[in-house]
Design a protein around this ligand. Structure first.
Ligand SMILES: NC(=O)c1ccc[n+]([C@@H]2O[C@H](COP(=O)([O-])OP(=O)(O)OC[C@H]3O[C@@H](n4cnc5c(N)ncnc54)[C@H](OP(=O)(O)O)[C@@H]3O)[C@@H](O)[C@H]2O)c1
Length: 259
């Protein structure tokens, strides 16, 4: 056996279909590129069409198979419509990545019902509903991978964790509940936990060089995260290689969380 065929057996996503929410920007965009280049046919779901078309065009030029569906995942009807449309493209997904998320940062005392509802709807309920939609089919087919993206704020409160921290804490619990339900049938459910990654999500914080440098200094690696830092972990969690890894929170944070 050559090294190439050994690695293909472990990690190749050829023949798999993936659905990535929030795959048009930041961490989700990085993961979309990784899964597609590892061989999966990927459908990207988010709202803005221009950004969606851009990532799909980039991947198509690279010889990958990718498509996009525009949908608002902050309502139940929106999630259902997007799920139906996305699975009509390449078929039911074998891999589901929930990266779409928002972080509104009002101080806890000023948090409105609307901010609470929107945060929980997009960051927690959409991943739950997509799991309900696709998890049983994955279990029936005997293979599936569900990957959530949570946050340091699932583990500790800082910079106005508010509703966001609550949604991310619950998301890691959701991964464990899904793992309990479907791991016996070949469906693993895990969470990637980023540190600070410079993306449009934290544009305001990224514009403050002192804060950015202070956050980088808090890692062990000595720099903040990049979208491409998630490629290896995402391919691993999406591949056959991770068959015995389930219900876990995998920190991809340059050591931010360990000191
Ligand atoms: N960046 C960080 O430092 C960091 C740290 C910890 C955790 N995370 C988590 O990582 C995930 C990705 O974050 P990111 O930094 O990559 O964010 P980002 O660059 O802002 O990307 C967010 C993605 O979600 C989509 N989205 C937002 N609202 C949506 C809605 N209502 N319906 C459908 N799609 C929607 C966006 O596209 P549209 O706006 O076009 O819909 C975009 O594709 C999030 O869950 C975030 O909480 C990020």
């Amino acid at each position: 056996m050559t090294a190439q065929s050994y690695l293909t057996e472990l990690f190749s996503l050829e023949g798999r279909v993936a659905l990535v929410t929030g795959g048009s920007s930041g961490i989700g965009r990085g993961i979309t590129g990784a899964l597609a280049r590892a061989g999966a046919r990927v459908v990207v779901v988010a709202r803005r069409e221009e950004e969606l078309a851009a990532i799909v065009a980039e991947l198509t030029v690279d010889g990958c198979q990718a498509a996009w569906v525009s949908g608002d995942l902050s309502t139940r009807d929106g999630v259902r419509a997007a799920a139906d449309e996305a699975s009509a493209v390449f078929g039911e997904p074998d891999i589901l990545v929930n990266s779409a998320g928002i972080n509104l940062r009002p101080p806890m005392g000023e948090l409105t019902d609307e901010e609470w509802d929107t945060t929980l709807a997009l960051n927690l309920e959409a991943p739950y509903l997509l799991g309900q939609r696709f998890g049983p089919g994955m279990a029936e087919r005997g293979f599936g991978r569900i990957i959530h993206i949570s946050s340091q704020q699932a583990h500790r409160a800082f910079v106005q964790s508010g509703a966001y921290g609550v949604s991310k804490g619950a998301l890691e619990s959701l991964a464990r509940s899904q793992a309990e339900a479907w791991s016996p049938y070949g469906v693993t459910c895990n969470t990637l936990v980023p540190g600070f990654v410079m993306t449009p999500l934290n544009q305001r914080l990224s514009a403050d060089p002192d804060r950015v440098a202070a956050l980088a200094a808090r890692t062990l690696v000595g720099r903040n995260g990049l979208a491409e830092d998630f490629a290896g972990a995402a391919v691993f969690l999406a591949s056959r290689a991770s068959a015995y890894v389930t219900g876990q929170s995998v920190f991809v944070d340059g050591g931010f969380s360990v000191h």
